[in-house]
Design a protein around this ligand. Structure first.
Ligand SMILES: [Zn+2]
Ligand SMILES: [Zn+2]
Length: 143
């Protein structure tokens, strides 16, 4: 198994995912939708291609914007992915995946981060506007 192949399951084990990540790097998203979805910033890993999913019949998805959906296990509620629908781009929550040699690389929507917390890690940080500029106006929030 190469070090860019990862796998994980939801809390109840009904859904299993296998994916290839671009690199062993994750980012944090501080946008208001991520913080409401998960109760805090989302730590997520970008996939190189759509993951292989076992137990997909248990997945529910919520359209969090016109361009993106967020998947979760319908039995246990574990968050499973953020997906840009047009590109079939997936980001997976870091906590789903087995432990490994991960690096905290970047933070996005840093301008939406509340002032009452901050990560001490040195990361590459982007505002929401910078994320939109990087990914094209119609593809925001890569995390
Ligand atoms: Zn589950
Ligand atoms: Zn977000």
């Amino acid at each position: 198994m190469s070090d860019t192949e990862v796998s994980g399951t939801c809390l109840c084990g009904s859904v299993k995912l296998r994916a290839t990540v671009k690199e062993r790097v994750y980012g944090a998203c501080h946008c208001g939708i991520c913080r409401k979805w998960g109760g805090g910033p989302l730590l997520a890993v970008e996939c190189a291609e759509a993951p292989v999913i076992e137990g997909a019949e248990h997945i529910r998805a919520y359209d969090s914007s016109e361009w993106a959906e967020r998947g979760f296990c319908g039995k246990c509620g574990t968050h499973l992915f953020y997906r840009l629908k047009a590109q079939d781009f997936y980001a997976l929550p870091l906590g789903l995946l087995e432990e490994g040699d991960w690096r905290f690389g970047h933070q996005v929507f840093i301008d939406e981060k509340p002032a009452h917390y901050a990560f001490a890690n040195r990361t590459h940080d982007l505002t929401g506007a910078e994320v939109f500029a990087q990914f094209g106006a119609s593809d925001p929030d890569p995390a």
